[in-house]
Ligand binder design. Sequence first.
Ligand code: SAM
Ligand code: DTB
Ligand code: SF4
Length: 331
Amino acid sequence: METSSLNERPTAAADTTPAAEPWSADAVEALFALPFNDLMHRAHGVHRRHFDPNAVQLSTLLSVKTGGCPEDCGYCPQAARYHTGVADEALLSVEQVTAAARLAKQNGATRFCMGAAWRGPKQRELDRVIEMVKAVRAEGLESCATLGLLKAGQAEQLKAAGLDYYNHNIDASPEFYGEIITTRTQDDRLETLERVRRAGIHVCCGGIVGMGESRRARAALIAQLAGMDPYPESVPINNLVQVPGTPLHGTAALDSLEFVRTVACARITMPKAMVRLSAGREAMSEAVQALCFFAGANSIFYGEKLLTTGNPDVEADRALFAKLGLHPLWC
Ligand code: SAM
Ligand code: DTB
Ligand code: SF4
């Protein structure tokens, strides 16, 4: 199947206008099935045509509201119903967030992403997040928030505060989704993504692999992301971080090369998106991360913590970048 020409149209109307013909799950599965070298060659070629292949964007995460979440996402250590040892904490103050953003900037991050363990924000909570967004931008960083489902009017308020990106993942393919989450549907998520898009905020949307899904389900997840019109500007590919107490703890780990293939398929099908090598990096060897960068990943979470779990520390990432000749992408 030859679809690459569809994805490299020189006259795309918007940066992330999708392929002229949507990617089907079958077509993405055919990419997955390519010999590894062929897949990597193709993905790297697409990557080089659209990006500096040695530049990687750095986003730092901060959990501004940790734990106690009412939802039942089977992977998540912050769901109140699972006993993971993550405590239900209060929403941070604007001062605490400002201090963390300043440090992230000093360390070289260009984007600061604030996560909250909510189904969605109440107005009172949103009011404080709005002040946080303003504070992050005042530090000279791009701002991103991931607060759960948004109600009508909330995305517009975030946009007015200057929010650059909203992260909301579809997480899994439509067929597999119901096995992982029951308290909100994929359609609920798509409605929030639509609200974000209509408000003029850049969309950050991806998913998680390594949850026991089939290759077909991974292909369907990528096809769904690539089929969004326009597709997301930023696509986080998370490898499940297994946390004791969550239902997915004990799932057979995804083969590393299959993770690399997933990154390559994201790059080929969404040529102009920033593809983020997201959760799960702490457990990855340098060699696997290097393959992910070759396959087209050009963004990472930077800083020793994701939301509640670990991430490589800044020194380790600096050493890896030096070894690979990578440099941070300045926005
Ligand atoms: N509560 C909000 C929501 O779910 O929309 C925002 C924060 S939530 C933690 C953001 C995303 O983190 C999830 O959609 C999921 O993709 C990712 N995530 C959470 N726990 C994870 C884990 N254990 N491994 C990998 N990714 C995870
Ligand atoms: C995303 O796709 N991954 C990040 C971010 N968006 C918010 C979150 C990963 C969370 C991993 C588990 C934890 O640290 O709690
Ligand atoms: Fe709550 Fe978000 Fe975790 Fe789901 S992923 S349990 S909504 S914090």
